[in-house]
Design a protein around this ligand. Structure first.
Ligand code: SF4
Length: 377
């Protein structure tokens, strides 16, 4: 079992908060797609013997690709890899790209899941973030996606956008629930240094993120979605029963995956590869049939820390027996007092050697994982 991630490094415009790898110059879009198809061929041995259960087109904005470009990538995957009979094939999409014709095309091509970058339904917040779509486009595309037959939709939201009160966030949540998607991902606004917001923060043009405001909105998110029947299966990811994203779950369950395209990462259980995050360098290398990546072998400490970091954020939690058996790390003994304190304070539960954080604990998941980290030798 394995997954494929395809990074499409182009966007119409730069959202002010975004530090993903992308370019707004789309002149070489088709060249890039051909290069990524070439990488899919060259990297085929990376997943030799594996069956692909999830294919994820992310970015950037993969919904910018036209029929021929999407078809080339999908055909290459089916030609080069063994794909399961019911793979999850996701396209990340922005509402302004999802016309009725485009939605029908995506269905015909075999995409069976859309992850739609809505972020907010409130027009002033869309403008604040520099999103390219409107409130109306966001609502329309979800409705039309359902009409053309998509029954596995995810929408992305952002909370903690500065506002005098919580009314906009509560309205955003209510609108998201009323659209009834199978999956909702909600992320706290963060201000990264190399973004427009990062620059504006340095020049005091925007306020920093208010941690208390963000924590309140996170609580509203968790309780609001729970009341609407969504399960929080990871800190930022919620789904209706049995609609977890295979792609996301693969990352958290140590499943192998190949990432292709500039800046994409790959993981084979023991090492990680990081493709160059530069479109020109990527294109030049692929023109020579070379994949430009850096490689890192994971130490025992890396593997333990990654496991703790990812699994503590999920509803599955950490399997302490697995940690001991596979990674020779007895967390239950090494951190006995700390674990007992978490349980006493209602932050964690321990059942059948599974350490799972409660909702209150999930709010602190990254900090708790960091407290558990082991040092590299
Ligand atoms: S948030 Fe998405 S659409 Fe906006 S710049 Fe980043 S990758 Fe592009």
């Amino acid at each position: 079992m394995a997954g494929i991630y395809i990074h499409i490094p182009f966007c119409k415009q730069a959202c002010y908060y975004c530090d993903f790898h992308f370019s707004t110059n789309q002149e070489r879009k088709t060249d890039m797609v051909r290069a990524i198809a070439r990488e899919l061929v060259l990297q085929q041995p990376y997943l030799a013997g594996q069956t692909i259960t999830s294919v994820y087109f992310g970015g950037g904005t993969p919904s910018l690709l036209d029929e021929e470009e999407l078809r080339l990538l999908l055909d290459t995957i089916y030609e080069q890899y063994t794909v399961s009979s019911d793979p999850e094939i996701t396209l990340e999409a922005n509402p302004d790209d999802l016309s009725l014709d485009k939605l029908q095309l995506l269905q015909q091509l075999g995409f069976n899941r859309l992850s739609i970058g809505i972020q907010s339904f409130y027009e002033p917040h869309l403008r604040y973030l520099n999103r390219a779509h409107s409130t109306e486009e966001a609502k329309r595309c979800v409705q039309q996606a359902k009409e053309v037959g998509f029954n596995n939709l995810s929408i992305d939201l952002i909370y903690a956008i500065p506002h005098p009160d919580h009314s906009v966030w509560q309205a955003d949540l209510a609108t998201a629930i009323s659209l009834n998607p199978q999956h909702i991902s909600a992320y706290c606004l963060t201000i990264e240094e190399k973004t427009v917001f990062g620059r504006w923060l340095r020049h005091q043009k925007i306020p920093p993120i208010d941690e208390t405001f963000a924590a309140n909105q996170f609580e509203q998110l968790v309780s609001g979605l729970a009341s609407a029947g969504y399960e929080q299966y990871e800190v930022s990811n919620f789904c209706q029963p049995s609609w977890e994203s295979k792609h996301n779950s693969n990352y958290w369950k140590d499943v192998l995956y190949l990432g292709v395209g500039p800046s994409a990462h790959s993981f084979n259980g023991n090492s990680r590869q990081y493709n160059v995050a530069n479109n020109s360098k990527y294109l030049n290398a692929l023109a020579e049939s070379q994949v430009p990546y850096e490689w890192e072998e994971l130490t025992q400490a890396d593997r333990i820390n990654e496991y703790l970091m990812t699994r503590l954020r999920t509803k599955w939690g950490c399997d302490l027996a697995w940690l001991k058996q596979e990674l020779n790390y007895d967390l239950a003994v090494v951190q006995a007092d700390y674990i007992e304190g978490l349980i006493r304070n209602g932050k964690a539960m321990l059942e059948n050697r599974q350490l799972v954080l409660t909702s209150a604990g999930k709010l602190l998941a990254d900090g708790i994982a960091a407290d558990f980290f082991v040092d590299s030798e």
